[in-house]
Structure formats: structure tokens, C-alpha cells
Design a protein around this ligand. Structure first.
Ligand SMILES: CC(C)(COP(=O)(O)OP(=O)(O)OC[C@H]1O[C@@H](n2cnc3c(N)ncnc32)[C@H](O)[C@@H]1OP(=O)(O)O)[C@@H](O)C(=O)NCCC(=O)NCCS
Length: 144
């Protein structure tokens, strides 16, 4: 089962060791960068993704200061745990968590145009293009 845990002194060093494959490096920032970013942008919520008791990935989301909407800024599954359904399960869990906030009705995210796996995954979850490209990344949204 997929669960989320906060990042704290117990898992910090393991979370920053998680990595994607070399070809995927341009698709997502390192977890070290994201956790540092969240210190400066305290609206960002970082979560470690576990499959049972095994740390498999990382995600970061927020209510963006500029548009006051939910954005999933990061999602990564460590290379050795990919293609086992964990990314999809983590996204479903995160979407459910965000959906509890009835004050909002949409979730945004963006991805590099070459990132076919991410595109496929997000479309499968019901996301659709909202027409924007920000810093070269395609913006998708899910209305809930
Ligand atoms: C994108 C990512 C989070 C997906 O996580 P994952 O655990 O590997 O994906 P899942 O096993 O849940 O699979 C999700 C879907 O993608 C497909 N998929 C997974 N790996 C694939 C691969 N290497 N090639 C083609 N399709 C793949 C699965 O078949 C599944 O589709 P389906 O439900 O139609 O069968 C993961 O690949 C990753 O961390 N990539 C690098 C970082 C990144 O790109 N993050 C997203 C930035 S926007």
C-alpha cells in the first residue's frame, strides 16, 4: 500500500538519495533542491512516498501564491521502483488529499514535452491540457 510521510530527521538522508535515471534527470529537480526550495517557499508541502515500509519516491505540492490554485510541483519515483504502479497510486492518493479541500476545484501540474510516461500517467488520471506552456513545460489541469 502507498502512504505518505513527512520528511524529517528519520528519512531526510534517504529521501535525498532517491534518484531517477540519467535520461530522466531533466524531467524533475533533485529532492535536495525541492526540499531546499520548500524552506524558502513555505507554502510547498513535501511528502515522502512509501510502499509499505519502503521509501520509493517524493512529491511536492502547494497552493501557488500567484494564482491561489493547487499545483503539484514535483513527483518522482526512484529509478529502481518505477513501472510498478507506485507513481500512479501516489498521484491518486495526492489527488484525493487535495480534493478534500472544497474551497478549490482544480489541480495544475506541468511536464516537459518529451516526458511521455508523465503525459500518459496524467491523462490516465483525467488531467487535460489547459493550453499554457510555462518555461517550456506543458500545463495540465484536473477539475474536481
Ligand atoms: C513519471 C513517474 C513518476 C511515473 O511513476 P511510475 O511508478 O514509474 O509509473 P507507474 O508504474 O505508476 O505507471 C504509470 C503509467 O505509466 C506507464 N509506464 C510506466 N513506466 C513506463 C515506461 N518506462 N515506459 C512506458 N510507459 C510506462 C505505465 O504502464 C502506467 O500506464 P498504464 O496504467 O496505462 O499501464 C516516474 O516514471 C518518474 O519518477 N519519472 C522521472 C521523474 C518524472 O518524470 N517525474 C514527473 C515530472 S512531471
Amino acid at each position: 500500500m502507498i502512504t505518505f510521510r513527512e520528511i524529517d530527521r528519520k528519512n531526510f538522508f534517504d529521501v535525498i538519495k532517491l534518484s531517477v535515471s540519467e535520461e530522466q534527470n531533466t524531467f524533475v529537480a533533485t529532492n535536495l533542491f525541492s526540499i531546499a526550495q520548500a524552506k524558502a517557499y513555505p507554502e510547498c508541502i513535501c511528502l515522502a512516498i512509501y510502499h509499505d515500509d519502503i521509501l520509493v519516491g517524493f512529491t511536492m505540492y502547494c497552493i501557488d501564491i500567484d494564482d491561489n490554485e493547487y499545483w503539484i510541483y514535483r513527483l518522482m519515483i526512484d529509478a529502481k521502483f518505477q513501472s510498478k504502479g507506485y507513481g500512479k497510486a501516489a498521484m491518486e492518493k495526492l489527488i484525493d488529499l487535495i480534493k478534500k479541500d472544497k474551497k478549490h476545484q482544480v489541480i495544475y501540474l506541468s511536464f516537459e514535452p518529451e516526458n511521455d510516461v508523465a503525459k500518459h500517467l496524467y491523462e490516465k488520471l483525467g488531467f487535460e491540457a489547459d493550453g499554457r506552456v510555462i518555461e517550456g513545460e506543458i500545463v495540465y489541469r484536473l477539475k474536481y
